[in-house]
Design a binder for this molecule. Structure first.
Ligand code: 0L1
Ligand code: MG
Length: 267
């Protein structure tokens, strides 16, 4: 039996949320919480995410959408999981195109190219299929997510990462908006460039076979938590390639077949 330090507050979802928000706001990283507290289950981790969202809202942030993580087989294998995870996006994370990576707010940013949806009408699980999910999409666009873990060296368990809002940092959306029937998303390709070198590439099929599968998964997962995905929300469907570190002074660009390019200065 593990005894708690009598001077430390008892572990709870609220304490996990507070620790990770404090780490985020002070840009300090820490070690795995689950290693200290095995009681950090996936349900507790999602509860911590929602408590942190309530705190973000109390600080004036508004929800702009949601994001999925671990939607590619490669990332799932790295983490030893077989399902994606979901998290919140707020206006404080939205980065206007052309601005550099907000390094002053982040610990160790990494960038990953994604396909994003903007919903035209609400979507509520359970039972949502990929076809139904796609029918709720108004626009498809490119995105680059700048992930930033509150764990040192991005070393965490799945539960740690979910409690940390899936390593949320910032996100920027692309210059081209397409109707979902104008683009074959499983074939939409992306080249990831760092300082002039192409370092990785993928197509939308890396995202659960088709990004609409990720949207359906999100609708059903949030539906199980009583949350409807709202019209106007942005949905980041998950990294198409591995995330790359964004060094100061570097330049990261994601070039999509039909969704245009996004270029980010490393700050
Ligand atoms: O958006 C993401 O793919 C992040 C997933 C959370 C785990 C990670 O930091 O890779
Ligand atoms: Mg992502």
């Amino acid at each position: 039996m593990t005894e708690q330090n009598p001077t430390a507050p008892a572990w709870s979802a609220a304490r996990v949320a507070e620790i990770l928000l404090t780490a985020e706001r002070s840009q300090t990283s820490r070690t795995s919480i689950q290693a200290e507290w095995p009681g950090l289950t996936l349900d507790v981790a999602y509860a911590a995410q929602d408590i942190a969202l309530a705190d973000r809202r109390a600080h004036g942030e508004t929800v702009t959408g949601i994001k999925l993580g671990l939607t590619s087989r490669a990332k799932q294998q790295q983490m030893g999981v077989d399902k994606p995870s979901v998290a919140w996006l707020t206006d404080a994370m939205a980065l206007p195109a052309g601005l550099p990576v907000p390094r002053g707010k982040l610990i160790h940013p990494r960038a990953e190219p994604e396909i994003a949806f903007v919903l035209g009408r609400p979507l509520a699980g359970p039972g949502v299929t990929a076809a139904q999910a796609l029918a709720a999409v108004e626009y498809v666009t490119a995105a680059v997510e700048i992930i930033d873990s509150r764990y040192s060296g991005f070393k965490f368990t799945l539960e740690d990462a979910v409690a940390d809002n899936n390593s949320s940092g910032a996100y920027v959306t692309g210059p081209v908006l397409k109707r979902p029937d104008e683009v074959d998303l499983s074939l939409e390709a992306c080249l990831l460039e760092v300082d002039g070198d192409i370092v990785d590439s993928a197509t939308g099929s890396a995202v659960l076979g088709h990004p609409a599968e990720a949207l359906a998964f999100a609708a059903n997962t949030f539906g199980a938590r009583g949350v409807t995905l709202e019209a106007g929300w942005v949905v980041l469907t998950g990294g198409m390639t591995d995330a790359v570190a964004v060094a100061p002074g570097s330049r990261v660009a994601a070039h999509f077949t039909s969704l245009g390019s996004i270029t980010l200065a490393g700050g």
